[in-house]
Design a protein around this ligand. Structure first.
Ligand code: UT7
Length: 329
C-alpha cells in the first residue's frame, strides 16, 4: 500500500482581534509581560454564533478547494479538538453534515495541543492500510469558551481558529511526497498540569463548578514549560534520527504555538535557524489543536514550502501528550 501524503491545506481564523492592550483592561497584566513571556501580541476570538464546527467548516472548504476534492468523495473526517460544539454528536459529525460529506465516517480526537498530529497519525494508518482514499483532518478550537477571563495566568494565552489538511495516498511510484513518520506519545501521570476539571463524568456541571469556574482551562504553566522544552528536543532528534536525517535537512519546522520562548529554545537547541520556523503565535496566540494546521497552511499558501522539502511538525500539550510528524512535501 502507498504511504499517505498531505494533498492540500486550509485554515480560518475569526475576525475579532483581542490585543494585549484589551487584556490590560480586563486583568492585572501588561503588554510588556505578555509579549516578553509568551511572544503573543493578539489573538482571535470567535463570534457569539461561531462554534468549533463553524470554524472547521471554513478551513475544510479551503482545503477541499485547494485539493480539488469534493466533500462527497471524503471517506473519513477526523476533528482534533478539546472544544467540540457538543460532547455528542462529535464536532466531526456536525462538520460531516455541514459539508454534505455523506459517505464519510467521522469522529473526534482529544489529545489537546497534540491533537492534530494524533489525528494525522490515525489518518495515515487508514490510508496506508488501504481502507480510505480521501481523509480530512481538522484541528479546530474555540478556547475562548473555556477560558477563565479572570485568571491572568491563562487568559492571555489562548485564541480561536481552525486548520485542515486533506490527505490521500502518495500518488507516484517514487512516493516522494509523503508522510515519512508520525509519532505519538502520552504520560497520563501528569494530566493534572493542564486540565478542565469539571463538565465530564467525574465532576458534572453543578452550581459549585460554575461558581468556581471549573469548566475553564487550568494550567501549571511553568512546570509544563520546563517539561515541554526538555521533551521536544529529544522528540525531534529521535524523529529525525529514525529517518537518517539531521536538523539541517529540515526546510520548514512547524511547532505547536504555545510560547515563543519554547519555540525559540527548541529551535536553538536543535540548531534550526529561526527563519526556517513557522511562527504565528504573535498574531494568534495558542490555538491548541489548530495551531499546527493553521501555521502549515500559512506556510503553504505563502510559498514557503516547495516540492521535495522536508517538513517537521511537533507538539506538546495536555494529557500530557506529545507528538511529531516528518513529511516530505
Ligand atoms: O499548549 C499546551 C502546553 N502549554 C505550554 O507549553 C505552556 C507552557 N507555559 C508557558 O508558556 C509559561 O509558563 C507561561 C507563559 C504560562 C507563564 O510564564 P512563566 O515565565 O512560566 O511565568 P510564571 O508562571 O512562573 O509566573 C511568573 C510571575 C508570577 O508572579 P510572581 O509569583 O513571580 O510574583 C505570576 O503571578 O508572573 C506572574 N504572572 C503574570 N503577570 C502579569 C502570571 N501571569 C501573568 C500575567 N501578567 N498575565
Amino acid at each position: 500500500m502507498p504511504p499517505a501524503r498531505i494533498r492540500a491545506t486550509g485554515s480560518y481564523v475569526p475576525r475579532k482581534r483581542l490585543t494585549n492592550l484589551d487584556l490590560e483592561k480586563m486583568v492585572d497584566t501588561s503588554d510588556e509581560w505578555i509579549t516578553t513571556r509568551t511572544g503573543i501580541r493578539e489573538r482571535r476570538i470567535a463570534g457569539p454564533a461561531e462554534a468549533c464546527s463553524d470554524l472547521a467548516l471554513k478551513a475544510s472548504k479551503r482545503a477541499l478547494k485547494a485539493g480539488g476534492v469534493k466533500a462527497a468523495d471524503l471517506d473519513l473526517i477526523i476533528v482534533a479538538t478539546v472544544t467540540p460544539d457538543t460532547f455528542v454528536p462529535s464536532a466531526a459529525c456536525v462538520l460531516q453534515s455541514k459539508l454534505g460529506a455523506s459517505r464519510a465516517a467521522a469522529f473526534d480526537v482529544n489529545a489537546a495541543c497534540s491533537g492534530f498530529i494524533y489525528a494525522l497519525s490515525v489518518a495515515d494508518s487508514f490510508i496506508r492500510s488501504g481502507k480510505c482514499l480521501n481523509v480530512l483532518v481538522v484541528g479546530s478550537e474555540v478556547l475562548s469558551r473555556v477560558t477563565n477571563w479572570q485568571d491572568r495566568s491563562t487568559c492571555v494565552l489562548f485564541g480561536d481558529g481552525a486548520g485542515a489538511a486533506l490527505l490521500g495516498p502518495a500518488s507516484d511510484e517514487t512516493f516522494q511526497s509523503r508522510i515519512i513518520s508520525v509519532n505519538i506519545y502520552a504520560d497520563g501521570n501528569m494530566g493534572d498540569l493542564l486540565m478542565i476539571p469539571a463538565g465530564g463524568s467525574r465532576r458534572p456541571a453543578s452550581e459549585d463548578t460554575l461558581k468556581n469556574r471549573l469548566h475553564c482551562l487550568q494550567m501549571s504553566g511553568n512546570e509544563t514549560f520546563k517539561i515541554a522544552v526538555k521533551t521536544l528536543e529529544s522528540l525531534v532528534r529521535n524523529t529525525l534520527g529514525a529517518a537518517g536525517l539531521t536538523p539541517s535537512d529540515i526546510s520548514l519546522f512547524v511547532p505547536h504555538q504555545a510560547n515563543l520562548r519554547i519555540i525559540r529554545a527548541t529551535a536553538e537547541r536543535l540548531g534550526i535557524p529561526i527563519d526556517k520556523v513557522a511562527v504565528n503565535i504573535d498574531r494568534l496566540g495558542n490555538t491548541s489543536a489548530a495551531s499546527i494546521p493553521i501555521a502549515l497552511d500559512e506556510a503553504v499558501r505563502s510559498g514557503r514550502v516547495k516540492s521535495g522539502d522536508y517538513v517537521l511538525l511537533e507538539a506538546f500539550g495536555g494529557g500530557l501528550t506529545w507528538a511529531s510528524a516528518l513529511l516530505r512535501w
